[in-house]
Design a protein around this ligand. Structure first.
Ligand code: B12
Ligand code: SF4
Length: 515
């Protein structure tokens, strides 16, 4: 049985372990043997070994669906049973059947339904579609980290919460994973992290949609409404967050965690302090836009703009949490001046890393639905494919900007976006930012990592010319290997689970008292 994470690009070294591979491996009953894990971000899948009777499970998001379909067809041609899953297959199961030769498609979470799929496949009673649904947090399957190939990844990945109460227009998470945070129990999260540290991982990405699912405003609102059950539920979720962070703080002090969080957390000094103590040293914060009009464009009214935004982002830094600011360009209210203004805000706010993405209508989002309806049957075609199915257009020909902009051409948006990446990641600026780490050795690592990040994420997505893309890839391949060494630590095979004795309430109260 194979589990395949498709990718058109392979770097030899991976930054973050694709978690789904190891979770589905964990969900595979022992009777089916040891799953063969193939991550094409490391190297291309060699299908020579695939035989009739094998099962090939392929997980796709929108960006890698096309490569996933290629693999599906090749595997099916060799007689294998092909099963697709992941967010894109959840949204377009028929496409996976038509273009990827899927025998079956799993929609939603694979944790519980995967065993059924395997049983049906082995009995010859495979169904076309399986509804995996939204599995409750206490039934999330832990990842099988002992199957990790050695020395290939920089970061492990552990999910602590799934789903997000917000409703941003460019994001599918709240619609597919739901708005109710499914928060995983502390023990199971810590057990996985300890296992990763035993293997020598000291950097762990918390693969969360939103690490701060309960805001102070949510609590105040429940209180105003005198909604006691809701208030208790919210308080319990919040207390459990503090308990998790208290437990992370007890792990070896060389550990570094990174998560994704909304800007609202800046209101909550106790929470940020708990993050710092827990060694959650950085977080991706979706800033998206720096103007009120831009925030309205993406239904993100809970974010701040202008000076208040700079203040909010600085708060993270003041409490010892580095920010990877995520900004979107190409919003209807953007103007030529927005690009420089955004770069200024990113710098003044002291964000440590930043990504500047161009507005892409991802399926499953409100933006996508509006756009698809708006362009309708008249959608422009590239390589015979309507742009409303942009993921099916061969990578090299894929447009970079999809929605027509009121005042800027796609080329202008792309060039200006590239300009902001160039400015933010210029050697002079990266070196200046590297003073956030103490030693020269660490500063050099910081510079290398910044450059690697820029090559892996910016050039490939924005560049129009293929020479530049392949140059960026070669460069990324070259620096990925030395970079990995900065992330490893001496394995600690005998590290204990360090079961905490305090209850979540005690943990929360203790932390609040301290801060
Ligand atoms: C962590 C994360 C990242 C990390 C780490 C990625 C990595 N190497 O793992 C980083 C920050 C690098 C990242 C980057 C990006 N991400 Co991201 N990311 C996530 C996040 C928050 C969690 C993913 C995760 O690990 N989940 C835990 C695992 C266990 O869950 P899972 O992957 O969903 O798998 C389950 C099911 O889907 C199913 N399943 C999955 N595969 C298969 C296969 C089979 C055969 C079966 C049966 C079942 C099955 O079973 C699994 C267990 O239940 C998701 C949001 C989300 N809730 O999924 C977004 C998400 C996947 N990312 C998204 C996007 C858009 C991106 C970026 C394009 C952002 C950008 N503009 O740069 C880049 C693309 C990078 C790339 N080329 O892959 C979108 C994808 C939307 C879409 N339609 O494709 C999501 C859904 C978030 C969103 N805002 O909508 N991401
Ligand atoms: S972008 Fe972030 S805050 Fe908005 S819905 Fe998605 S996960 Fe939640």
């Amino acid at each position: 049985m194979y589990l395949v994470n498709p990718s058109h690009l392979s770097f030899g070294i991976g930054v973050i372990t694709p978690r789904w591979l190891f979770v589905l491996a964990g969900a595979t009953p022992a009777a089916y043997g040891r799953p063969r894990i193939v991550d094409e971000t490391l190297e291309t899948f060699d299908l020579d070994g695939v035989q009739a009777g094998d099962i090939v499970g392929i997980g796709i998001h929108t960006g890698n669906a096309l490569r996933g379909y290629e693999i599906g067809k090749l595997a099916r041609a060799r007689g294998a049973t092909v099963v697709f899953g992941g967010i894109h297959a959840t949204l377009y199961p028929d496409e996976a059947r038509q273009l990827g030769d899927a025998d079956a498609v799993v929609r939603g979470d694979g944790d519980l339904v995967w065993a059924q799929v395997l049983e049906d496949a082995s009995r010859g009673t495979l169904q076309e579609t399986y509804e995996g649904g939204r599995v409750d947090a206490d039934r999330f399957v832990p990842a099988r980290w002992e199957l990790l190939p050695q020395g290939r990844y920089m970061w492990g990945s552990v999910q602590t919460v799934r789903g997000c109460p917000k409703h941003c227009s460019f994001c599918s998470v709240w619609r597919t994973d739901g708005q109710k945070p499914r928060q995983r129990g502390v023990d199971s999260v810590v057990a996985e992290i300890v296992e990763l540290r035993r293997l020598g991982f000291r950097f762990v990405a918390l693969a969360d949609d939103n690490f701060y699912p309960v805001t102070l405003e949510d609590l105040a609102m429940a209180e105003r409404q005198r909604n006691v059950p809701r208030l208790e539920q919210l308080r319990a979720l919040r207390a459990e967050r503090f308990e998790l962070m208290a437990r992370l703080a007890q792990l070896p002090s060389d550990m570094v965690f990174f998560t994704q969080i909304t800007m609202e957390a800046a209101e909550d000094g106790d929470f940020l302090d708990a993050m710092r103590r827990a060694n959650i040293k950085g977080a991706l914060v979706g800033v998206e836009a720096v103007t009120p009009e831009g925030l309205k464009d993406v239904y993100k009214g809970f974010n701040e703009s202008g000076e208040a935004l700079v203040e909010r982002l600085r708060k993270f830094r003041e409490h010892g949490v580095h920010v990877l600011g995520s900004f979107i360009f190409g919003l209807p209210s953007d103007r030529a001046s927005t690009f420089e203004a955004t770069a200024d805000v990113a710098e003044r706010a002291g964000v440590t890393f930043a990504q500047f993405v161009m507005l892409t209508p991802y399926p499953g989002t409100v933006d996508f639905e509006k756009w698809e309806k708006h362009v309708g049957a008249d959608a422009e075609q590239v390589a015979g494919i309507p742009v409303t199915r942009h993921w099916l257009i061969p990578q090299a020909q894929r447009p970079k900007v999809y929605s027509p902009h009121p005042v800027m051409t796609p080329d202008e948006i792309r060039a200006r976006t590239q300009g902001v990446w160039d400015r933010f990641y210029s050697l002079r600026r990266v070196w200046a930012r590297s003073n956030c780490v103490p030693k020269l050795r660490h500063r050099v690592a910081f510079v290398l990592m910044s450059k690697l990040y820029r090559q892996m994420y910016a050039n490939t997505g924005i560049a129009t010319d293929s020479a530049r893309v392949s140059r960026a890839n070669r460069w990324a391949r070259l620096i990925a290997r030395p970079c990995r060494h900065f992330f490893t630590a001496r394995p600690l095979p005998s590290l204990g689970l360090q079961v905490a004795t305090m209850s979540s309430r005690e943990a929360a109260e203790g932390l609040e008292a301290k801060s």
